[in-house]
Design a protein around this ligand. Sequence first.
Ligand SMILES: Cc1cc2nc3c(=O)[nH]c(=O)nc-3n(C[C@H](O)[C@H](O)[C@H](O)COP(=O)(O)O)c2cc1C
Length: 500
Amino acid sequence: MSRRWSLQEVAQHDTSSSCWVIIRTKVYDVTTFLSVHPGGADIILRHAGLDVTVEYESIHQPHTLERSLPAESYMGDLNSVAAHRLAQEHALRRGMSDEFCMENNCRKPPIDRVLNLRVMEEAAKSVMSSRAWDYYSSGSDDEITLCENMRAFSRFFFMPRAMMPVSNCDISTTILGFKSSIPVFISGAAGARLGHPLGEANITRGAGRTGIIQMVSSNASLSYAEIAASRISDAQALFFQLYKHTDALAETRIHEVESLGYNAIFLTVDAIVSGFRVREIRDSFVPQGTERASEQTQTPVWHANVSSNVPRAPTTSSRTDEEVVKPTITIATVVKPVDRDMSWERTIPWLRMVSRLPIVIKGIQTVEDAVLAADAGVDGIVVSNHGGRQLEFSLPPIEVLYKIRKQRPDVFGKLEVYLDGGVRRGTDVVKALCLGARAVGLGRPFLFAQSAYGEEGVVQVVRILEREILTTMRLLGASTLKDLEPSLVERVDWQPRYKL
Ligand SMILES: Cc1cc2nc3c(=O)[nH]c(=O)nc-3n(C[C@H](O)[C@H](O)[C@H](O)COP(=O)(O)O)c2cc1C
């Protein structure tokens, strides 16, 4: 039988030469893991000798630790006194968290009063922790691209046709051959459990119930298997967003999601390094105890923070250049670095060899790259700048789509073109479709919706968009998506008054 440990005994292993942590009453020796932890050693050392269950589970997929550590790193369980003490602490946290949630739930409107995505965002802000809010809502640097992504849609006006029969209006479509009830998909975004305990499962179920398709992030906070198991039926399509690290890791992931029944690979190419998101970093994933003082004035969190664990100040030893630039820990720093040497010549043929699934390139930002993607024979592209979270001063995706339409309309005949970034209205969706997009993706609105209302929030977002798209189509004189063509929109070269 393995040894049982007291909290005091575990607490003695709090240095880089002997570093232990507790996760759900199990004790692990992570000393050898310090040098290979993708987020660096500091974040673990701040918690050395302590219970890290909440911090660990809010950003890692289940079983990440077991997969990363050799079996002998598991040192045994806590003894009954220690386990009881931690259980009490966790119960206290949950109790406070429930109280906070009840208090917060009173602040948000009933879901049937959430009539557009702006109200959904406000509802989410009123219930989310500041940490989760900042992670979801932030953009890079001065957030200019983040704002312009939305504002750019306001420069496109409609040229509606009159006397067109529209009582039967069909807005269903297919994306890569998979049915979608509206021309909208959910763009892959990391860390849904930061906003709601059920995380990505809310999104999967909401997508299944409304007949739209979810793209699952490589950095999802539930495992790919748990997400697949949350589908409402085996026929529900799921796309997989791939961050390519090493060839070997990417192959393992691809084979895993293929065997789970995922239906396409979306390779992200706009995040070779992480953008510098000031709000996210300022309010980042520093150990919860170190946030305690400032949290008294902040919005309550799902996992309230009352642990007796007292994390230590970061050490400055063994930091890489990038960690020095990036002063605190964010999701971006706890995941493995992306392959910085991807190329059209090598990566696409390699991906075709590894997978039989359709391949879409996510993060296309120029006409030239749209053409190269078509030449490379991929099945689709997402015109995207990662929701303004990566390169500051990237052009808004709707402007890039407009350029592709004007300069290389042949691209639309060679692959499916999608767009994401700043889509908040049915009119935005219809404008993109007029310019040639097959469908558009939304990231933040689904994160906000599931944070505020769980699965029902996701359903409500789809209902809102469905109503807005239908109204726009009818007023435009279009009864099917095929009727949406470039002549129905005009880009103006002045900036309309636009309230963000
Ligand atoms: C919190 C957050 C996390 C994201 N995580 C990922 C990710 O893991 N992989 C990825 O390719 N894109 C990621 N994205 C980008 C989205 O896929 C999408 O491109 C972007 O959210 C679209 O902009 P929108 O939020 O304005 O709709 C993320 C976006 C947000 C807001």
